[in-house]
Design a protein around this ligand. Structure first.
Ligand code: AMP
Ligand code: GLY
Length: 429
């Protein structure tokens, strides 16, 4: 099978690696890919992943059997719709389904209509009305730009003043069109947990739980990032909480397939949950694999990912079979100094091969490239995802950090406490 994967991050390296392991994968293209995917797949530059017609032309020219869409932007832009209409198999929901991520208002209406537990909210297109609602609810309160804002459109405001500023920023165009509608919601408390599911034909096939670490520094301090580390599974989740989360994913998958939503949903639904005292509630849905969750979830998948994606893309839930390894996975993100603010690129990276010599270690590239001399260099804020698998959480965590020590580049920045909530559970026992 010839496969085209769209995207360039650590998530895409992990997806590409899992696809390439399959004997069914003959030729794999990644557009644009990164320094990691270049070593075993063909990176394609100059293809605009958000232009459905261009992706279709590439697919036809290269006899592509399956297109896998990694990031949200091409999904929201309707690339899956264009390909599917032309008869090309695609892993990824249609534009309507991608609205579960592309519009927070849409997503909230979907949850409300299907009895999915989530924070109370209201949605506004008028600043004065939004400010009045902030005054009414008081702080803490959460202000969100409705549309895609690369994870930056959410402010958890501790004071009414901060919330009013966030509302004003949104309506003043801080997030462009994405902020023309603002969602204001109740602030929930509790640890977070992600549960991803393959969704096709109205059925959900849940993967393992994972817990991301969004803040830049140890102890969950500093600014929000795209994610500084993650582990799977999450031992703080009780059986009851897991059952509630699975129920949310199954209820949502079923709802995608019937009126009034009727999405052509064939891809991944990402449930971001907060484990509140009243049970798990949905923080957000995403219409794609999580980054960095994918980097700990896919290495634990024992089934052939090409088979799974083919079944999902063709709307055949009866053909989806998932088998998982019992191992624990921990991923530490190595970032550039200054991330998530400004940072320099082009630093030479050494030691990736040494790190991967450790049994159970896999290094996924997020922001890397090769320079003219063929050396691996930094090319983004999040540079490498160091993943370790082992029979216990503690071993996996130690192994991940041992691997991180073997990798060097100027300005290497990482958190030293990834998985601290899980570590506390095992210390207690
Ligand atoms: P979102 O993109 O909607 O998941 O929001 C990003 C982050 O903001 C989440 O991972 C939470 O840490 C936080 N957040 C979002 N909504 C809420 C809420 N209603 N209550 C508390 N924290 C929230
Ligand atoms: N890890 C958060 C996300 O992928 O949106």
């Amino acid at each position: 099978m010839n496969i085209l994967l769209l995207g360039s991050g650590g998530r895409e390296h992990a997806i590409a690696w899992a696809l390439a392991k399959s004997p069914k994968c003959e030729k794999l293209y990644v557009a644009p890919g990164n320094g990691g995917t270049a070593s075993f797949a063909e990176n394609v530059s100059g293809l605009n992943a958000e232009d459905g017609a261009a992706v279709l032309a590439f697919a036809r020219e290269h006899a592509i059997d399956l297109v896998v869409i990694g990031p949200e932007a091409p999904l929201v832009a309707g690339v899956a719709d264009v390909l599917r209409e032309a008869g090309v198999a695609v892993f990824g929901p249609d534009a309507q389904g991608a609205q579960l991520e592309g519009s927070k208002t849409y997503s909230k209406e979907f949850m409300e209509a299907n009895g999915i537990p989530t924070a109370r909210y209201q949605s506004f297109t008028d600043e004065a009305a939004a400010l009045a609602y902030v005054d009414e609810l008081g702080a803490p309160i959460v202000v969100k730009a409705d549309g895609l804002a690369a994870g930056k459109g959410v402010v958890v405001a501790e004071t009414v003043e901060a919330a009013r500023d966030a509302v004003h920023d949104c309506f003043s165009g801080a997030f462009g069109a994405a902020g023309a509608t603002v969602v204001i919601e109740e602030c929930m408390v509790g640890p977070e947990c992600s549960l991803l599911a393959f969704v096709t034909g109205g059925k959900a096939f849940c993967m393992a739980t994972a817990q991301d670490h969004k803040r830049a520094f140890d102890g969950d301090c500093g600014p929000n990032t795209g994610g500084m580390g993650v582990y799977s599974p999450v031992p703080i989740v009780t059986d009851e909480e897991l059952a509630a989360m699975v129920n949310v994913m199954e209820t949502s998958a079923a709802a995608t397939a019937r009126e009034p939503f009727e999405h052509d949903y064939r891809g991944v639904l990402y449930g971001g949950f907060m484990l509140t005292e009243e049970g798990p509630k949905v923080l957000e849905f995403n219409a794609r694999f999580g980054d960095p969750e994918t980097q700990v979830v896919l290495p634990r998948l024992k089934s052939d990912l090409v088979d799974v994606m083919w079944a999902v893309a063709n709307g055949r839930p009866e053909d989806v079979e998932l088998a998982w390894s019992d191992q624990w996975a921990v991923c530490v993100v190595l970032a550039s100094e200054g991330y998530p603010g400004s940072y320099e690129k082009g630093k030479v990276i050494l030691g990736v091969d040494d790190a991967e010599e450790l049994e159970g270690v896999k290094v996924f590239h997020a922001g890397t490239a090769h320079n003219a001399d063929g050396e691996l260099i930094t090319n983004g804020g999040r540079v490498l995802n160091v993943v370790a698998l082992a029979d216990t959480f503690t071993e996996a965590r130690e192994l991940a950090y041992e691997a991180c020590d073997r990798i060097e580049f100027e300005g290497k920045q990482y958190r030293s406490d990834i998985g601290y909530r899980a570590a506390a559970v095992f210390e207690e026992r």
